[in-house]
Design a protein around this ligand. Structure first.
Ligand SMILES: Nc1ncnc2c1ncn2[C@@H]1O[C@H](COP(=O)(O)OP(=O)(O)OP(=O)(O)O)[C@@H](O)[C@H]1O
Length: 492
């Protein structure tokens, strides 16, 4: 598990001491911050992830013990160390015993001892963080069992219908016409039809009619003989020959040249064709599957697709639903892609945070499964926590903060109710606004107020331990810190 570089904050009222500490710590594998006193340090802690805090005791305005006590509330996971003269020993021991600080360093310090101690603390903290993460996120050897059907992942009712249709259509010879938006899995469906058919020992030949230039298409389908056109240096088999006893998948059929569509129609009707440049008629046994992401009626009206060809190909229609109509299939598919890209990129992401999953379920997915696939691959490359969170997704999808909250907002109330039920806390008792319980049905509460009260309640139940409260609420600690920070910002 790769953890990011640690960060250390030194707090002292004397600039010379801070400069000296900074110089010594160049040897440390850590980002070093300095602050001239408690108030400046608290600002830094609010705006940055600080792992280790080393503070002087005797400082004007706010003494070191009071400062570190405050830190223990807002950043309980950070390791707090006192930099102290021997004369402060009683204060120091009391602070350690009360759990306000983790340990102390002597002032004046020995450079080597200082670096060694901080390195040990960095190591110690890493182990603690790893332990917490491992406990919190329960790393697993395998992801939860996923419903799969011949290349498809997902168990929504709509996809169950599709699987049923594929199972019924696969054994027949009749042509199948697959429609569905771009990236919705039309080729996966075509392959499933082939794999589940009696032709599975034969070849599955896919031709993307949009990707091949019109002048080459005829030769791609039917092959050519040597000398048929300039560049035809030898005989070449086309897809029709290669798919003999197998399946020919004509993807993006409405992009095929309309004149060639007439030749294709003849081939489908008779099973016979001639290679380009040859008069010899050949016969093959091919099952046709075609697909388009256009609406066939429109494509016919626009003269992109021959009507007679369409009716010939559209014996068994299959219409794939867009990803955003497949409910939580999206999360299952994302989990499978996560496993795949974890393996390819040698990463070990354990899954997604609850809000990241919510984003996956709420997003519209204009590019369907292919877009989801690309998103997960990017996240695996760009994220650096064991769980992938909603912010990584939002940044890859280019969503503003406002768009992200709008996207996540709609289910919030339900989620809060779910969580209260999960933790057996009666909602009316745990979430109170303006002195009224949420069981008061006459009042409508804003989502923001419900959220804030819920978080405040969780914090107070967990003795202000942000990590525990975050765990209880099912969000990451960083999300909670961000929210607390926002309230503090708007209050100041
Ligand atoms: N239900 C699914 N489960 C897992 N992976 C899927 C699923 N549907 C599609 N995919 C994957 O998504 C990607 C796009 O699927 P596919 O190429 O079949 O879509 P398409 O509809 O044929 O796209 P286009 O319209 O652009 O030709 C592929 O990598 C495919 O393996």
């Amino acid at each position: 598990m790769d953890l990011p570089k640690s960060s250390v904050l030194f707090v002292d009222d004397e600039s010379m001491i801070l400069d000296a500490l900074k110089r010594v710590c160049r040897k440390l594998y850590a980002t070093v911050f300095t602050a001239h006193g408690g108030h400046e340090a608290l600002e830094i802690i609010k705006n940055n992830q600080i792992d280790i805090i080393v503070s002087d005791i005797n400082m004007p305005n706010m003494d070191g013990i009071t400062f570190l006590e405050k830190v223990s509330k807002i950043s309980p996971e950070s390791i707090r160390i006192i930099l102290t003269a021997y004369t402060d020993v009683n204060n120091t021991l009391a602070a350690i015993n009360e759990g306000k600080v983790w340990g102390y360093l002597n002032k004046p310090w020995d450079n080597t001892h200082l670096i060694n101690t901080l390195n040990q603390v960095i190591e110690f903290r890493k182990i603690m963080v790893e332990r917490t993460l491992l406990k919190e996120f329960k790393p697993r050897d395998s992801f939860p069992s996923i419903d799969k059907f011949s290349g498809f992942v997902g168990s929504s009712a709509k996809m169950q219908n599709i699987y049923q249709t594929i199972k019924q259509c696969a054994p027949c010879k009749a042509s199948v016409f697959i429609t569905g938006p771009s990236g919705s899995g039309k080729e996966v469906a075509a392959q499933a039809l082939h794999e589940l058919s009696r032709r599975k020992e034969g070849s599955f030949i896919a031709l993307n009619c949009a990707a091949i230039p019109a002048e080459l298409m005829e030769s791609e389908i039917f092959g050519h003989v040597k000398g048929a056109f300039s560049g035809a240096h030898s005989n070449r088999d086309g897809a029709a020959t290669l798919a003999h006893n197998g399946t020919l998948f004509l993807d993006e059929i409405a992009e095929m040249d309309i004149i060639l569509q007439a030749k294709l129609l003849r081939f489908i009707q008779t099973g016979t064709f001639s290679r380009v440049g040859s008069g010899k008629v050949e016969k093959v046994d091919v099952r046709f599957i075609s697909a388009t992401n256009r609406e066939p009626d429109k494509a016919i009206a626009e003269n992109k697709l021959r009507e007679d060809l369409f009716y010939r190909l559209n014996v068994l229609p299959i219409a794939l639903p867009p990803l955003n109509e497949r409910g939580s299939d999206v999360v299952q598919i994302a989990e499978v892609f996560l496993q795949k890209y974890n393996q390819i990129e040698e990463r070990n992401y354990q899954g997604f945070t609850p809000l990241a999953k919510k984003l996956l379920r709420k997003y519209q997915w204009p590019g369907n499964v292919r877009q989801l696939q690309n998103l997960i691959y990017s996240a695996v490359v760009l994220a650096n926590e064991p769980l992938i969170d909603e912010h990584i997704f939002a940044s890859i999808l280019n969503l503003s903060d406002e768009q992200l909250s709008l996207l996540l907002e709609s289910e919030d109330v339900a989620q809060i109710h779910e969580k209260a039920t999960d933790s057996n806390i009666p909602i009316g008792e745990c979430v109170v606004t303006d002195g009224k319980s949420f069981q008061d049905n006459s009042k409508i509460y804003t989502l923001a107020s419900v959220e804030r009260k819920t978080i405040e309640h969780a914090l107070s139940q967990c003795n202000d331990n942000v990590v525990k409260a975050a765990e209880a609420l099912g969000v990451s600690p960083s999300t909670l810190y961000r929210k607390i920070q926002q309230w503090q910002d708007s209050a100041s």
